[in-house]
Design a binder for this molecule. Structure first.
Ligand SMILES: [Fe+2]
Ligand SMILES: [Fe+2]
Length: 326
């Protein structure tokens, strides 16, 4: 069993009643060995002395933690033996918050470039008015795309949106899609995340996020912006809201309507593709052996999968399957 110890950022905290008394559930983030190494995030559990420590440890703060790495239900976790609070400056806390890979000003300029390339004057005016909105200017560059699963970083929503805009720009002619609608739908699909998830340390859900969710918040913003665009047709408003409401693709995943246009279907799949690949990368960057576990899908990730030069090079028929005739 590997021992893990050091300063950690407490991303989430909850106390749950177990058979043998209360248990402390934390998500702890440790810095990697090198400055450029990815942060290591562990779901962490503590069963002993919970009453004593739980009041001292708070989400969004730093703590000194020690524990053993264990695998439970396929997931690598930390069984904590010790945790104590640490005093830290806001700057020290911020140094534990994952940041997106796209510099903000460069990313926002690329986003503006996509919206300026729209041909339909009405859709273009809508996109640029949204981008100029003071709340969007303040929140969009910093918002995470998710609390945990994918692009969970400051600037993650911008990074995720640029990924799918680039994909949308490329596939629109291949599939004969309306590029203007597709690109605007991709820009808008998660815009409600600006209000649903806080970009402060811990990326907690806001009250309004928990109460109504990012789809409703996005639709509300679309109405607000549509009112500012002269002669904006009501049908356009509904089609843009449809992108937001259908982008999860299935009722079971929270969409109240299913994609009803090819462009809405493409938004759903590109969103999903970007999110799934990013979630795999996140697991791949974690320490441990060649296999990682992605809890959200309940799937193992083969970390060597993208690099054929790291695979076993034993010729056909001489490895585990001796006598195997291809
Ligand atoms: Fe979403
Ligand atoms: Fe998304």
């Amino acid at each position: 069993m590997k021992t893990v110890k050091g300063v950690a950022f407490v991303k989430t905290k909850s106390v749950q009643e177990g058979k043998n008394g209360p248990a402390l559930f934390l998500d702890l983030v440790f810095k990697g060995a090198q400055p450029e190494s990815p942060m290591l995030e562990y779901p962490s559990r503590m069963w002993d002395g919970v009453d004593r420590v739980s009041s001292e440890i708070g989400a969004g703060e730093l703590a000194y933690a020690e524990g053993q790495e264990i695998v439970f239900n396929g997931e690598t976790q930390l069984r904590l033996t010790r945790i104590s609070p640490l005093k830290a400056t806001p700057e020290e806390i911020r140094s534990f918050i994952p940041r997106g890979t796209v510099p903000v000003s460069e990313g926002m300029a690329r986003l503006k470039g996509y919206l300026e390339s729209l041909e339909d004057p009405c859709l273009k005016a809508f996109g640029l008015t949204m981008l100029d909105d003071p709340e969007i200017v303040e929140k969009f560059p910093l918002a995470p795309a998710a609390k945990k699963n994918h692009h969970a970083s400051v600037g993650g929503l911008l990074e995720h949106t640029l990924e799918i805009l680039e994909m949308g720009h490329r596939i629109a002619p291949v599939l004969g899609l309306n590029r203007d609608l597709l690109l605007l739908g991709l820009f808008l699909h998660d815009i409600g995340k600006c209000w649903e998830i806080s970009s402060s340390p811990g990326f907690s859900y806001t009250d309004e996020g928990r109460l109504v969710g990012h789809m409703y918040l996005g639709c509300e913003k679309i109405v607000q912006i549509a009112r500012r665009v002269e002669d904006f047709p009501e049908r356009h408003l509904r089609v843009l809201q449809h992108f937001v409401l259908s982008h999860h693709g299935e009722f079971a995943y929270g969409s109240p309507v299913l994609p009803a246009t090819p462009e809405a279907m493409a938004v759903h799949f590109l969103d999903n593709l970007s999110g799934q690949i990013n979630a795999m990368r996140r697991v791949r960057s974690q320490e441990g052996d060649h296999w990682g576990y992605e809890k959200n899908r309940g799937a193992y990730i083969w970390k060597k999968g993208s690099d054929p030069s790291s695979w076993d090079q034993t010729p056909m028929g001489q490895g585990n399957r001796k006598g195997f005739e291809p």
